[in-house]
Design a protein around this ligand. Structure first.
Ligand code: PLP
Length: 404
């Protein structure tokens, strides 16, 4: 007998399972629209040239070593990450009311946030609100951190293929005071639909009125508009309204550092005097989780963001990546319309960022996988980087077949 005899299996994680199925598929026609990683026109991963350059200098530095980082991470990185988010000219930065904690990518930042809210901040309800739909890991993260309940707020209006602002505001209005709400800072995953500035103002209003604690999730800064500053507008609006929040930042996508696990949790407080205590509490959260973070990726991001020339180069790479996403949205729409595929495909180009929420049904998605070796999530979410001028005819004809 074993301690483990009675343990059943959990369902697989769809996006990773799908990626494995894609890699195992031997048909040369296969297309991956699943996993959320940038791809070149040749369907290949892209190591950003500025990242390569920065890495080379780090590796060749004779002073480089593998000593532990401090528990809260590499300060030159956390400062640069926080500044890139809130903006050097924001009140929070100027008044030294914002600081960062290095994390195991965006996921790790969310987990630090969840642990911190669950165990440190007094009188939080342990109810967390997530958008319907959202990145599927939000729920699991907060439950594992000790939250009792995950509630959904309305976000996606399937009819109009856009934001259900009224539903969102109503649901947050009905939330118990001191609940936590997760909001995507930009380039919402999976819908590709962000609130407008006017809509954000309404959201911030209800957050203030209901005394909700915002956890912002910024996994795609730069991918929505092509400009990292423009993409931080919502976050900076929270700052301008005097709302306290934490924001999980991922450098997986916008630096192409997926497996390096580079992230930051930015904390914005209205009282700078609270920071030493907050840092000491967050130190305990991190210490009890993984003790201290890895250095390599953080050194790379720090080198880029602390050097104006390298930062400009990186912004160029962001333009390249977001430009390709935009172009592929347009191309797919054009091909589907040329084929007279039933339905409107305007939403493909209305949506922004890496993902398009196609509106395809589970059955139609399964058909694309089984018949055409085109891998996508059952929600109908596709990574538009998976599209290329070479495969767009195959993909659009397959979608045409799926919906007719
Ligand atoms: N948040 C959202 C909305 C995401 O889409 C992702 C990645 O797909 C993450 C957070 C975290 O990603 P990572 O842990 O790779 O930085």
């Amino acid at each position: 007998p074993s301690w483990f005899d009675e343990i059943g299996a959990q369902p697989p994680i769809e996006v990773f399972e799908m990626n494995k199925a894609f890699l195992d598929d031997t048909d040369p026609i296969k297309v991956s629209l699943g996993i959320g990683a940038f791809r070149t026109e040749e369907g290949k991963p892209w190591v950003l040239p500025v990242v390569k350059q920065a890495e080379k200098a780090i590796v060749e530095d004779p002073a480089m070593n593998f000593e532990y980082l401090p528990i809260l991470g590499l300060e030159s990185f956390t400062n640069a990450a926080t500044r890139m988010l809130v903006g050097a000219d924001s009140a929070a930065w100027q008044e030294k009311r914002a600081f960062g904690v290095q994390s195991i990518s965006g996921t790790g930042a969310l987990r630090i946030a969840a642990d911190f809210l669950s165990t440190v901040v007094p009188n939080i309800t342990k109810i967390v609100y997530i958008s319907n739909p959202t990145w599927e890991n939000h729920r699991l993260l907060f439950l594992l951190a000790g939250f009792n309940e995950v509630r959904e707020y309305r976000y996606w209006d399937a009819q109009k293929r856009g934001l259900d602002l009224q539903g969102l505001v109503e649901d947050l209005h009905a939330a118990p005071e001191r609940s936590v709400v997760i909001l995507h800072a930009c380039a919402h995953n999976p819908t590709g639909v962000d609130p407008t500035q006017e809509q954000w103002k309404k959201i911030v209003e209800v957050v203030k009125e209901r005394k909700l604690f915002p956890v912002l999730d910024s996994a795609y800064q730069g991918f929505a508009s092509g400009d990292p500053d423009a993409d931080a507008w919502a976050v900076r609006y929270f700052v301008s309204q005097g709302v306290e929040f934490v924001c999980a930042q991922s450098f997986a996508k916008n630096f192409g550092l997926y497996n390096q696990r580079v992230g930051n949790l930015t904390v914005v407080t209205n009282n700078a005097a609270t920071i030493p205590n907050l840092k000491s509490q967050l130190t305990i959260v991190v210490r009890g989780n993984y003790s201290n973070p890895p250095a390599h990726g953080a050194r790379i991001v720090s080198a880029v963001l602390n050097d104006p020339t390298l930062t400009e180069q990186w912004k160029g790479h962001i333009q390249t990546m977001s430009g390709r996403m935009k172009a592929m949205r347009g191309l797919l729409r054009e091909k589907l319309e040329a084929l007279k595929t039933p339905g409107s495909w305007k939403h493909l180009t209305d949506q922004i960022g890496m993902f398009a929420y196609t509106g395809l049904t589970v059955k139609q998605c399964q058909f694309l996988i089984d018949r055409h070796h085109i891998y996508l999530l059952k929600s109908g979410r596709i990574n538009v980087c998976g599209i290329s001028p070479k495969n767009v005819d195959h993909v659009s004809k397959a979608i045409y077949e799926a919906v007719t």
